[in-house]
Design a protein around this ligand. Structure first.
Ligand SMILES: Nc1nc2c(ncn2[C@@H]2O[C@H](COP(=O)(O)OP(=O)(O)OP(=O)(O)O)[C@@H](O)[C@H]2O)c(=O)[nH]1
Ligand SMILES: [Mg+2]
Ligand SMILES: [Zn+2]
Length: 345
Protein backbone atom coordinates (compact mmCIF):
# COMPACT_ATOMS: atom_id res chain seq x y z
CA UNK A 1 0.00 0.00 0.00
CA UNK A 2 1.32 3.46 -0.94
CA UNK A 3 1.10 6.32 1.52
CA UNK A 4 -0.48 9.04 -0.61
CA UNK A 5 0.18 11.70 2.04
CA UNK A 6 3.88 11.38 1.29
CA UNK A 7 2.93 11.98 -2.35
CA UNK A 8 1.44 15.30 -1.28
CA UNK A 9 -2.21 14.37 -0.76
CA UNK A 10 -3.73 16.95 1.59
CA UNK A 11 -7.20 16.70 3.12
CA UNK A 12 -9.11 15.19 0.23
CA UNK A 13 -12.68 14.63 1.36
CA UNK A 14 -14.71 14.16 -1.79
CA UNK A 15 -16.94 11.11 -1.74
CA UNK A 16 -16.09 8.52 -4.34
CA UNK A 17 -17.95 5.68 -5.97
CA UNK A 18 -17.11 2.25 -4.68
CA UNK A 19 -14.90 1.18 -7.57
CA UNK A 20 -13.03 4.48 -7.83
CA UNK A 21 -9.67 5.47 -6.45
CA UNK A 22 -7.63 8.61 -6.10
CA UNK A 23 -4.20 8.82 -7.73
CA UNK A 24 -1.46 11.25 -8.74
CA UNK A 25 -0.11 11.62 -12.26
CA UNK A 26 3.60 10.82 -12.06
CA UNK A 27 4.39 10.55 -15.77
CA UNK A 28 2.87 11.46 -19.14
CA UNK A 29 3.50 9.65 -22.40
CA UNK A 30 1.27 11.01 -25.17
CA UNK A 31 -2.25 10.03 -24.08
CA UNK A 32 -1.20 7.43 -21.54
CA UNK A 33 -0.63 8.47 -17.96
CA UNK A 34 1.42 6.83 -15.25
CA UNK A 35 -0.60 7.19 -12.07
CA UNK A 36 0.33 6.40 -8.51
CA UNK A 37 -2.63 5.17 -6.51
CA UNK A 38 -2.68 3.57 -3.09
CA UNK A 39 -2.26 0.13 -4.66
CA UNK A 40 0.82 1.17 -6.66
CA UNK A 41 1.66 2.43 -10.15
CA UNK A 42 -0.88 1.96 -12.93
CA UNK A 43 -1.30 3.14 -16.50
CA UNK A 44 -4.48 5.05 -17.25
CA UNK A 45 -6.25 6.82 -20.08
CA UNK A 46 -8.62 9.76 -19.94
CA UNK A 47 -12.30 8.93 -20.17
CA UNK A 48 -13.31 9.20 -23.84
CA UNK A 49 -16.13 11.72 -23.41
CA UNK A 50 -13.93 13.98 -21.27
CA UNK A 51 -11.11 13.76 -23.81
CA UNK A 52 -13.13 14.62 -26.90
CA UNK A 53 -14.84 17.60 -25.29
CA UNK A 54 -11.50 19.31 -24.81
CA UNK A 55 -9.58 20.84 -27.67
CA UNK A 56 -6.21 21.39 -26.04
CA UNK A 57 -5.65 17.71 -25.46
CA UNK A 58 -1.96 17.95 -24.80
CA UNK A 59 -2.44 20.41 -22.02
CA UNK A 60 -5.28 18.61 -20.44
CA UNK A 61 -3.75 16.48 -17.70
CA UNK A 62 -0.29 17.12 -16.38
CA UNK A 63 2.28 15.72 -14.01
CA UNK A 64 1.32 16.37 -10.42
CA UNK A 65 -2.44 16.31 -11.06
CA UNK A 66 -4.62 14.42 -8.62
CA UNK A 67 -7.25 12.40 -10.43
CA UNK A 68 -10.14 10.05 -9.77
CA UNK A 69 -9.58 6.69 -11.41
CA UNK A 70 -12.22 4.13 -12.16
CA UNK A 71 -11.22 0.52 -12.09
CA UNK A 72 -13.08 -1.80 -14.32
CA UNK A 73 -13.24 -5.33 -12.97
CA UNK A 74 -13.09 -7.07 -16.33
CA UNK A 75 -10.40 -4.99 -17.97
CA UNK A 76 -6.89 -4.09 -16.85
CA UNK A 77 -7.20 -0.52 -18.10
CA UNK A 78 -7.74 2.29 -15.64
CA UNK A 79 -9.74 5.34 -16.64
CA UNK A 80 -9.24 8.92 -15.47
CA UNK A 81 -12.76 10.06 -14.64
CA UNK A 82 -12.00 13.47 -13.28
CA UNK A 83 -9.18 15.87 -12.46
CA UNK A 84 -9.32 17.22 -8.93
CA UNK A 85 -9.16 21.03 -8.71
CA UNK A 86 -5.51 22.12 -8.76
CA UNK A 87 -4.12 24.05 -5.82
CA UNK A 88 -1.53 25.56 -8.19
CA UNK A 89 0.03 24.97 -11.58
CA UNK A 90 2.53 26.46 -14.01
CA UNK A 91 2.22 26.68 -17.77
CA UNK A 92 3.75 28.36 -20.78
CA UNK A 93 2.59 29.23 -24.28
CA UNK A 94 3.64 27.02 -27.17
CA UNK A 95 3.10 27.24 -30.92
CA UNK A 96 4.01 29.91 -33.42
CA UNK A 97 0.81 31.20 -35.03
CA UNK A 98 -1.72 29.19 -33.10
CA UNK A 99 -0.75 29.69 -29.49
CA UNK A 100 -1.71 27.15 -26.89
CA UNK A 101 -1.26 26.76 -23.18
CA UNK A 102 1.01 23.89 -22.20
CA UNK A 103 0.72 22.81 -18.60
CA UNK A 104 4.04 21.96 -17.03
CA UNK A 105 3.17 20.76 -13.55
CA UNK A 106 0.29 20.94 -11.09
CA UNK A 107 -0.22 21.04 -7.34
CA UNK A 108 3.26 22.32 -6.66
CA UNK A 109 4.74 24.23 -3.73
CA UNK A 110 8.13 25.23 -5.19
CA UNK A 111 9.58 25.99 -8.60
CA UNK A 112 13.36 25.74 -8.63
CA UNK A 113 14.61 27.74 -11.60
CA UNK A 114 17.96 26.14 -12.42
CA UNK A 115 20.51 28.34 -14.13
CA UNK A 116 24.08 27.31 -14.86
CA UNK A 117 26.75 29.92 -14.20
CA UNK A 118 28.43 29.43 -17.58
CA UNK A 119 26.92 30.70 -20.85
CA UNK A 120 23.39 29.91 -19.60
CA UNK A 121 23.39 32.88 -17.19
CA UNK A 122 21.19 35.67 -18.54
CA UNK A 123 19.34 38.13 -16.29
CA UNK A 124 16.66 38.92 -18.88
CA UNK A 125 15.82 35.24 -19.20
CA UNK A 126 15.73 34.71 -15.43
CA UNK A 127 13.43 37.71 -15.10
CA UNK A 128 11.19 36.37 -17.89
CA UNK A 129 10.90 33.01 -16.14
CA UNK A 130 10.00 34.64 -12.86
CA UNK A 131 7.46 36.95 -14.48
CA UNK A 132 5.87 34.10 -16.45
CA UNK A 133 5.65 31.69 -13.56
CA UNK A 134 4.79 33.76 -10.49
CA UNK A 135 1.64 32.47 -8.89
CA UNK A 136 -0.10 33.01 -5.56
CA UNK A 137 0.58 29.61 -4.02
CA UNK A 138 4.00 28.86 -5.42
CA UNK A 139 7.38 29.93 -4.10
CA UNK A 140 10.09 30.51 -6.70
CA UNK A 141 13.74 29.84 -5.92
CA UNK A 142 16.70 30.40 -8.24
CA UNK A 143 19.32 27.66 -8.21
CA UNK A 144 22.70 28.63 -9.62
CA UNK A 145 24.33 25.35 -10.64
CA UNK A 146 27.91 24.23 -11.42
CA UNK A 147 29.52 26.91 -9.25
CA UNK A 148 32.78 24.89 -9.50
CA UNK A 149 33.13 26.40 -12.99
CA UNK A 150 33.62 29.96 -11.70
CA UNK A 151 35.63 31.70 -8.99
CA UNK A 152 33.34 34.61 -8.26
CA UNK A 153 29.89 33.17 -7.58
CA UNK A 154 28.93 36.17 -5.41
CA UNK A 155 29.10 38.36 -8.51
CA UNK A 156 26.27 36.31 -10.06
CA UNK A 157 24.22 36.32 -6.87
CA UNK A 158 24.48 40.08 -6.43
CA UNK A 159 23.46 40.67 -10.06
CA UNK A 160 20.29 38.67 -9.42
CA UNK A 161 19.56 40.37 -6.11
CA UNK A 162 20.07 43.81 -7.63
CA UNK A 163 17.65 43.11 -10.44
CA UNK A 164 15.04 40.84 -8.85
CA UNK A 165 13.01 41.61 -5.76
CA UNK A 166 12.70 39.23 -2.82
CA UNK A 167 13.98 36.08 -4.42
CA UNK A 168 15.90 33.29 -2.71
CA UNK A 169 19.05 32.13 -4.46
CA UNK A 170 20.75 28.79 -3.84
CA UNK A 171 24.25 28.25 -5.21
CA UNK A 172 25.63 24.76 -5.59
CA UNK A 173 28.13 22.44 -7.13
CA UNK A 174 27.73 18.69 -7.23
CA UNK A 175 31.39 18.49 -6.29
CA UNK A 176 30.69 20.12 -2.97
CA UNK A 177 29.09 17.97 -0.30
CA UNK A 178 27.06 20.73 1.30
CA UNK A 179 24.56 21.18 -1.52
CA UNK A 180 21.84 18.91 -0.13
CA UNK A 181 21.69 20.88 3.13
CA UNK A 182 20.80 23.98 1.12
CA UNK A 183 17.40 22.47 0.34
CA UNK A 184 16.57 21.73 4.00
CA UNK A 185 14.63 24.97 4.40
CA UNK A 186 12.39 24.14 1.47
CA UNK A 187 11.91 20.43 0.97
CA UNK A 188 10.07 18.03 3.19
CA UNK A 189 7.80 15.01 3.05
CA UNK A 190 4.57 15.86 1.19
CA UNK A 191 6.00 19.00 -0.48
CA UNK A 192 6.05 19.06 -4.29
CA UNK A 193 8.77 20.82 -6.27
CA UNK A 194 9.40 21.21 -9.96
CA UNK A 195 12.83 21.87 -11.47
CA UNK A 196 13.00 23.86 -14.69
CA UNK A 197 15.79 25.36 -16.77
CA UNK A 198 17.84 24.90 -19.95
CA UNK A 199 19.09 21.51 -21.05
CA UNK A 200 22.37 20.49 -19.43
CA UNK A 201 22.22 22.77 -16.38
CA UNK A 202 22.13 19.74 -14.07
CA UNK A 203 18.44 19.35 -13.14
CA UNK A 204 18.40 15.55 -13.31
CA UNK A 205 21.76 15.27 -11.54
CA UNK A 206 20.34 17.34 -8.70
CA UNK A 207 17.06 15.40 -8.56
CA UNK A 208 18.97 12.11 -8.41
CA UNK A 209 20.93 13.44 -5.45
CA UNK A 210 17.84 14.74 -3.65
CA UNK A 211 16.02 11.49 -4.33
CA UNK A 212 18.96 9.44 -3.15
CA UNK A 213 19.28 7.15 -6.19
CA UNK A 214 20.11 7.55 -9.85
CA UNK A 215 16.61 7.48 -11.18
CA UNK A 216 16.87 10.14 -13.90
CA UNK A 217 19.22 9.78 -16.88
CA UNK A 218 21.92 12.45 -17.12
CA UNK A 219 24.45 13.23 -19.86
CA UNK A 220 27.42 15.53 -20.38
CA UNK A 221 26.78 18.67 -22.39
CA UNK A 222 27.84 18.74 -26.04
CA UNK A 223 31.49 19.67 -26.52
CA UNK A 224 30.72 21.40 -29.81
CA UNK A 225 27.75 23.60 -28.86
CA UNK A 226 28.47 23.76 -25.11
CA UNK A 227 24.76 23.10 -24.58
CA UNK A 228 22.81 20.19 -23.07
CA UNK A 229 21.63 17.26 -25.17
CA UNK A 230 17.99 17.22 -24.05
CA UNK A 231 18.54 14.06 -22.10
CA UNK A 232 15.27 14.25 -20.16
CA UNK A 233 12.44 14.00 -22.66
CA UNK A 234 9.32 13.88 -20.53
CA UNK A 235 8.14 15.22 -17.20
CA UNK A 236 8.30 12.80 -14.34
CA UNK A 237 7.53 12.88 -10.63
CA UNK A 238 9.51 10.89 -8.09
CA UNK A 239 8.87 10.85 -4.39
CA UNK A 240 11.46 10.78 -1.64
CA UNK A 241 10.60 10.27 2.03
CA UNK A 242 12.87 13.15 3.05
CA UNK A 243 12.62 15.65 0.20
CA UNK A 244 9.04 15.16 -0.97
CA UNK A 245 7.89 14.94 -4.58
CA UNK A 246 10.40 16.10 -7.18
CA UNK A 247 9.36 16.78 -10.77
CA UNK A 248 12.03 16.65 -13.45
CA UNK A 249 11.32 18.43 -16.76
CA UNK A 250 12.98 18.44 -20.17
CA UNK A 251 15.28 21.41 -20.77
CA UNK A 252 13.35 24.55 -21.73
CA UNK A 253 15.35 27.56 -22.83
CA UNK A 254 12.56 29.74 -24.17
CA UNK A 255 9.60 30.14 -21.94
CA UNK A 256 6.64 31.81 -23.68
CA UNK A 257 4.36 33.85 -21.45
CA UNK A 258 0.81 32.55 -20.92
CA UNK A 259 -0.43 33.94 -17.61
CA UNK A 260 0.59 34.98 -14.13
CA UNK A 261 -1.23 36.04 -10.98
CA UNK A 262 -1.81 39.57 -9.79
CA UNK A 263 0.59 38.86 -6.94
CA UNK A 264 3.43 39.15 -9.42
CA UNK A 265 5.75 41.95 -8.32
CA UNK A 266 8.60 41.27 -10.75
CA UNK A 267 8.34 44.82 -12.11
CA UNK A 268 7.08 46.46 -8.93
CA UNK A 269 9.81 49.13 -9.05
CA UNK A 270 8.92 50.05 -12.63
CA UNK A 271 5.16 49.98 -12.08
CA UNK A 272 5.32 52.21 -9.03
CA UNK A 273 7.63 54.69 -10.75
CA UNK A 274 5.36 54.74 -13.81
CA UNK A 275 2.57 56.13 -11.61
CA UNK A 276 4.53 59.40 -11.56
CA UNK A 277 4.52 59.82 -15.35
CA UNK A 278 2.69 63.03 -16.30
CA UNK A 279 0.24 61.25 -18.60
CA UNK A 280 -1.81 58.32 -17.36
CA UNK A 281 -1.49 56.52 -20.69
CA UNK A 282 2.24 57.25 -21.01
CA UNK A 283 3.92 54.71 -23.29
CA UNK A 284 7.33 55.68 -21.87
CA UNK A 285 8.65 56.49 -25.32
CA UNK A 286 9.19 60.20 -25.93
CA UNK A 287 6.43 61.69 -23.80
CA UNK A 288 6.97 64.85 -21.80
CA UNK A 289 7.76 64.23 -18.10
CA UNK A 290 8.04 60.43 -18.29
CA UNK A 291 9.10 59.20 -14.84
CA UNK A 292 10.59 56.01 -16.26
CA UNK A 293 12.81 57.80 -18.75
CA UNK A 294 13.95 60.04 -15.91
CA UNK A 295 14.44 56.97 -13.69
CA UNK A 296 16.76 55.43 -16.29
CA UNK A 297 18.71 58.69 -16.73
CA UNK A 298 19.11 58.99 -12.95
CA UNK A 299 20.19 55.34 -12.62
CA UNK A 300 17.17 54.42 -10.44
CA UNK A 301 16.18 51.61 -12.79
CA UNK A 302 18.39 49.81 -15.27
CA UNK A 303 17.87 50.29 -18.98
CA UNK A 304 18.10 46.51 -19.54
CA UNK A 305 15.32 45.90 -17.07
CA UNK A 306 13.17 48.60 -18.66
CA UNK A 307 13.66 47.07 -22.13
CA UNK A 308 12.88 43.61 -20.81
CA UNK A 309 9.77 44.98 -19.09
CA UNK A 310 8.57 46.53 -22.35
CA UNK A 311 9.13 43.30 -24.23
CA UNK A 312 7.30 41.19 -21.66
CA UNK A 313 4.42 43.65 -21.30
CA UNK A 314 3.97 43.58 -25.06
CA UNK A 315 3.90 39.79 -25.00
CA UNK A 316 1.43 39.78 -22.09
CA UNK A 317 -0.94 42.16 -23.90
CA UNK A 318 -0.66 40.10 -27.07
CA UNK A 319 -1.49 36.86 -25.23
CA UNK A 320 -4.39 38.53 -23.37
CA UNK A 321 -5.86 39.74 -26.69
CA UNK A 322 -5.21 36.37 -28.26
CA UNK A 323 -7.10 34.58 -25.47
CA UNK A 324 -10.11 36.91 -25.90
CA UNK A 325 -10.01 36.37 -29.65
CA UNK A 326 -9.85 32.57 -29.19
CA UNK A 327 -12.77 32.62 -26.75
CA UNK A 328 -14.92 34.74 -29.09
CA UNK A 329 -14.12 32.42 -31.96
CA UNK A 330 -15.13 29.36 -29.94
CA UNK A 331 -18.38 31.06 -28.88
CA UNK A 332 -19.17 31.94 -32.49
CA UNK A 333 -18.62 28.32 -33.59
CA UNK A 334 -20.79 27.04 -30.74
CA UNK A 335 -23.56 29.49 -31.61
CA UNK A 336 -23.43 28.51 -35.29
CA UNK A 337 -23.75 24.84 -34.37
CA UNK A 338 -26.66 25.56 -32.04
CA UNK A 339 -28.41 27.61 -34.76
CA UNK A 340 -27.88 24.80 -37.26
CA UNK A 341 -29.29 22.13 -34.96
CA UNK A 342 -32.32 24.26 -33.98
CA UNK A 343 -33.07 24.86 -37.69
CA UNK A 344 -32.94 21.10 -38.30
CA UNK A 345 -35.60 20.58 -35.61
N1 LIG B 1 30.93 20.83 -13.44
C1 LIG B 1 29.72 20.42 -13.03
N2 LIG B 1 29.01 19.61 -13.82
C2 LIG B 1 27.79 19.22 -13.40
C3 LIG B 1 27.25 19.63 -12.15
N3 LIG B 1 26.00 19.12 -12.03
C4 LIG B 1 25.77 18.40 -13.15
N4 LIG B 1 26.84 18.44 -13.98
C5 LIG B 1 26.99 17.77 -15.28
O1 LIG B 1 26.21 18.44 -16.26
C6 LIG B 1 25.78 17.51 -17.25
C7 LIG B 1 24.29 17.68 -17.52
O2 LIG B 1 23.56 17.30 -16.37
P1 LIG B 1 22.04 16.80 -16.43
O3 LIG B 1 21.64 16.55 -15.01
O4 LIG B 1 21.85 15.72 -17.40
O5 LIG B 1 21.32 18.12 -16.96
P2 LIG B 1 19.76 18.38 -17.21
O6 LIG B 1 19.50 19.78 -16.76
O7 LIG B 1 18.94 17.32 -16.57
O8 LIG B 1 19.63 18.30 -18.79
P3 LIG B 1 18.37 17.90 -19.70
O9 LIG B 1 17.80 16.62 -19.20
O10 LIG B 1 18.93 17.78 -21.07
O11 LIG B 1 17.38 19.04 -19.59
C8 LIG B 1 26.16 16.12 -16.70
O12 LIG B 1 27.34 15.69 -17.36
C9 LIG B 1 26.44 16.36 -15.25
O13 LIG B 1 27.40 15.47 -14.72
C10 LIG B 1 28.06 20.49 -11.32
O14 LIG B 1 27.70 20.92 -10.23
N5 LIG B 1 29.28 20.85 -11.82
MG1 LIG C 1 17.55 16.01 -17.32
ZN1 LIG D 1 6.28 57.25 -18.81
Amino acid sequence: MQDLASYGLKGFEESMELNNQIGRIIGVNKNRYKVLSKTGEVIAKIKGSYYYKNEDKESFVTVGDWVILSISENSDCYVIEKIIKRSSYISRSVGEKKKMEQLIAANIDYVFICVCVDNDFNLNRIERLIYSICKDNIKLVIVLTKTDLVNDIEKYVSQIKQRINNVDVITLSMFNNDYLIKFNDYLNKGITSVFIGSSGVGKSTLINALYGHNIQKTAPISVKSQRGKHTTVSRELVCSEVNGCLIDTPGIRNFGFWNNDDCCDTFENINSLAKHCKYKDCQHLNEYCCALKKGIADGVISKQQFLNYQKLEKERLYIDDYKIHQKNQKNRIKKRELDKSSKRK
